[in-house]
Design a protein around this ligand. Structure first.
Ligand SMILES: CC(C)(COP(=O)(O)OP(=O)(O)OC[C@H]1O[C@@H](n2cnc3c(N)ncnc32)[C@H](O)[C@@H]1OP(=O)(O)O)[C@@H](O)C(=O)NCCC(=O)NCCS
Length: 189
């Protein structure tokens, strides 16, 4: 009967994985810096047609394209942005007027924040979010996937309320952002 790897083999495999990740980071850093210097990231307002393919690839993969076409997309007040890197769309985000659950007035809802896997970790998400903050400059909310909560927190978004499930995507938290000049809103809960 064959046995699985023992603790020593698992330790060696983990060490090798850590060293390889470190080496990849060290070797890639200058190449990433060079590519960014030659091809800066450009954030701009866009229409729904420009953002749907990446939204589909990152957030709705395995589903038909229609899953990435949302009712908010063509509303007059909705705004979309893309980040292009050498002409290629590597980041997308949308805001639309929607009332947060439990509130009475509509606010801006951030939706469909997506960065191409090959461009993640390079500042694309930060740049997009900062552009949305600048442009909207008014209270916003979103349903953030649990794994993205830390990202939003870095840029002043605050989770409020309990974790909830959003099938098929999984666990989410409702998060809120307010421009610094506005006083913090008291929690409803
Ligand atoms: C989450 C996502 C938008 C972040 O975009 P990104 O371009 O990869 O992030 P950036 O490179 O701009 O990261 C900016 C900072 O946030 C940090 N960060 C990025 N993703 C994070 C995460 N999931 N949790 C905590 N911190 C995160 C980075 O380490 C970086 O910190 P630093 O400035 O100290 O180096 C992107 O990874 C993504 O599209 N993921 C898949 C789809 C998704 O989850 N969308 C959100 C749905 S709510």
């Amino acid at each position: 009967m064959s046995q699985g790897p023992n603790w020593f083999e698992r330790l060696v495999a983990s060490l090798v994985a850590v060293v390889m990740a470190l080496m990849r980071g060290i070797l890639m850093a200058p190449l990433v810096a060079l590519r960014r210097a030659l091809m800066p990231l450009r954030v701009a307002r866009a229409d729904a047609e420009a953002i749907i393919p990446l939204r589909h690839r990152v957030l709705c993969s395995g589903h038909p394209r229609e899953a990435a076409e949302w009712d908010i997309d063509d509303e007059a007040s909705t705004r979309h942005w893309t980040t292009r890197w050498g002409g290629e769309v590597v980041g997308v985000v949308t805001v639309a007027r929607r009332t947060p659950p439990g509130a009475e007035e509509p606010e801006w809802q951030l939706r469909g924040m997506a960065v191409a896997p090959e461009a993640q970790g390079l500042g694309v998400g930060r740049q997009l979010l900062e552009e949305v903050h600048r442009d909207v400059d008014a209270p916003m909310w979103c349903n953030a996937h649990e794994h993205a909560v830390g990202f939003y927190k870095r840029y002043g978004w605050e989770p409020r309320g309990a974790r909830f499930d959003k099938p098929p995507a999984g666990p989410h938290f409702r998060m809120f952002w307010r421009p610094r000049r506005l006083p913090a809103k008291k929690e409803a809960e």
